[in-house]
Design a protein around this ligand. Structure first.
Ligand code: UT7
Length: 340
């Protein structure tokens, strides 16, 4: 049976020029390079220039993704930007990106799921493609978290950074089997009861201010490992069911487990969360793409940033099975399974 698949045809990323190291932070808050590396794996983060806004970062990543897809901006018929740090309250950052890229057709909108934003955006874009409503989608994660941090709170300000990553997702015909290239399964979840564990204490309709990020790190950590392991497991099961129903083979013949995975490209929050999730899934840590040391937690931008690194350095190759997974404020969490 012929189906429409969403295939990643290009990747790109951008990190602002200015680098803030752990030693730089030692001068402003009571912390140490040793504590930050031991607890998080983070060594440095990038900080946007004063005159840079989130759409600037997004456009730079998107332009690189278009180049790698050998596509022009005019080929794009949908832009989905995952961000929690929009340029303006409205219009969406996606429409600003659209204007800056010189695109005047199609649609553009933002998705807000904090650190899970990219998985939510990719899932949304995949659904548009599968429904036949878009052919070439720019999916972007872009954040300037440095502007919502309390720079006097050592428990949060050392953890985050700015950046952007993007992919071009293109509609291609597939056979409906899990041997197809492209997105094979995705699952997203949320549970609003955990708002107070990770949030920003400001907003348009509440305080009328932008606010600062607040987090109960230890509890978030615990939820992250449990939720991520379970959602990734769920995506595996979903992929197996798709394959079984489409090709009519028995489950045993086409079983997909974590041993089938070539690469996990996780949201980069904390090296210990990445290790913990890999352990729970019984995945070799060597198969986990880790870039958190170079840019800290860039929220919705971290998965496409890590993906771009591993694609450009040649680790990820055609036919590889990838899992992208993330967990963030809300709580929100989700995972996508795709064949490169
Ligand atoms: O993207 C999704 C959202 N975020 C996350 O996924 C982050 C999840 N959480 C984490 O990554 C970790 O919980 C943290 C990195 C935030 C903290 O690591 P932890 O091992 O859970 O440390 P902790 O919160 O239990 O704090 C241990 C100690 C505390 O001191 P006391 O109470 O034991 O005296 C903190 O006050 O470390 C102290 N501390 C620091 N010390 C030096 C907290 N922040 C710092 C700091 N430098 N920057």
């Amino acid at each position: 049976m012929s189906v429409i698949r969403s295939v990643v045809t290009g990747t790109g990323s951008y990190l602002p020029e200015k680098i803030l190291t752990n030693s730089d932070l030692e001068k402003t808050v009571d912390t140490s390079d040793e504590w930050i590396i031991e607890r998080t794996g983070i060594k440095r983060r990038h900080i946007a220039a004063e005159d840079e806004v989130t759409s600037d970062l997004a456009v730079k990543a998107a332009t690189r993704a278009l180049e790698s897809a050998r596509m022009d901006a005019v080929d794009i018929d949908l832009i989905v930007v995952a961000t929690s740090t929009a340029d303006q309250t409205f219009p969406s950052t996606a429409t600003t990106v659209q204007r800056k890229l010189g695109i005047t057709k199609g649609a553009a909108f933002d998705v807000q799921a904090v650190c899970s934003g990219f998985v939510y955006a990719l899932t949304t874009a995949d659904n548009f493609i599968k429904a036949g409503q878009a052919k070439n989608v720019l999916v972007i994660g872009a954040e300037i978290f440095s502007r919502i941090l309390d720079w006097e709170d050592r428990t949060t300000c050392v953890l985050f950074g700015d950046g952007a990553g993007a992919v071009v997702l293109t509609a291609q015909e597939g056979s409906g089997e899990n041997t197809d290239q492209g997105m094979l399964a995705s699952r997203i979840h949320s549970d609003g009861r955990y708002n107070e564990l990770l949030y920003v204490d400001g907003g348009v309709s509440s305080t009328g201010t932008i606010g600062h990020l607040r987090m109960k790190g230890r509890e978030v950590f615990r939820h992250a490992v449990v939720n991520l392991a379970s959602v990734v497991g769920e995506v595996f099961r979903h992929a197996v069911v798709n394959l079984a129903s489409v090709v009519g083979e028995v489950l045993e013949d086409c079983d997909m487990t974590s041993s089938d995975v070539d690469w996990i490209v996780p949201h980069q929050a904390n090296k210990r969360i990445l290790d913990g999730t890999a352990r729970k899934l019984k995945v070799d840590p060597e198969k986990v793409v880790v870039t958190v040391q170079d840019h800290a937690n860039t929220s919705a931008a971290s998965i496409p940033l890590a993906l771009d690194v591993a694609v450009k350095d040649g680790r990820i190759g055609k036919g590889d099975i990838l899992i992208l997974e993330a967990m963030g404020g809300g709580f929100t969490w989700g995972a996508c399974l795709l064949r490169w």
